[in-house]
Every structure is written in C-alpha cells, then in structure tokens.
Write a protein of this length. Structure first.
Length: 143
C-alpha cells in the first residue's frame, strides 16, 4: 500500500499541548490536532487532499523515505491511493495511458478518468485487469 511520511510533533504551550502535522512529500501539507489519534486522522485527510490535487495536475510523487521517532507513514484513502498507484505503475513500466486503455479494450478517456481519480465506482474486475496489464497483482487484506 502507498504510504507517505508525515512528521508529527507534540508541542507544548503554557496550559495545553497539541500536535503539529507536516507532510514531507508535498508543500502545504500541514494540520494540527489535540491527540495523536486525531493527528493521524488529519494526516489521512491531508494526504487525500494533496493527492487529489496531484492527480488533477499530473504531479503524483513517490513517497519519500524518512525515519525517526516523530515520522509516521500514512496511507491515503483508497479512492486516492488506487489512481496514484496505477499511474506510478504505468510510468514505471514505461507505458502511456492510451497503451493501457488499448490493452484493457476501453476508451482512452475512461482509463484516464481512473488515473485522475474521477472514476469512483471502479470494479474489482477492472482493477484486476489493469493490474495484469501493468504486470501487477492485487492483494486485499482486511485488518
């Protein structure tokens, strides 16, 4: 699963403490929270918004590698993770979106809408076929 690094730091101010959240991949990915649980929820919302923008503007980045006690790897929601993973896999394989669409036997615009995150009702069958075209497999875990 795609996971992006966030720096989450506990801050102390006179009478209270709070958490500051910063996405290490994209500029402008900030938030704050009252608890670590809320910070992680907010981080998911932040990466969703950043990926939505990145998908629209063709600027999806590979997650950076980061380590440290204050670094948390946060997965985006599936509706943003799947288009991002498909796009990254296609680019890694050196295929164009029209080539993938042709291999799937669908109009180019339909496949492009999947990668842009505009097609929200993607079926498992379509996802499996796209993964196969890209030389990937799908592994679904319920946790």
């Amino acid at each position: 699963m795609l996971k992006y690094p966030f720096k989450i730091v506990k801050m102390h101010d006179d009478d209270f403490s709070y958490y500051v959240i910063k996405c290490l991949n994209y500029q402008g990915g900030y938030s704050q929270a009252d608890s670590i649980e809320e910070a992680l929820e907010n981080a998911t919302e932040v990466i969703d918004l950043l990926l939505e923008d990145a998908l629209e503007n063709d600027k999806v980045e590979q997650p950076k590698q980061a380590k440290g006690d204050d670094i948390y790897m946060v997965a985006p929601s599936l509706e943003y993770a799947i288009p991002a993973m498909l796009k990254q896999a296609r680019q890694k394989k050196g295929m164009s979106a029209p080539q993938v669409a042709k291999a799937l036997n669908v109009p180019y615009q339909n496949y492009w809408r999947i990668e842009k995150g505009e097609r929200k009702n993607l079926t498992i069958g379509t996802l499996k076929r796209a993964a196969a075209v890209l030389g990937l497999s799908i592994d679904i875990n319920f946790i």
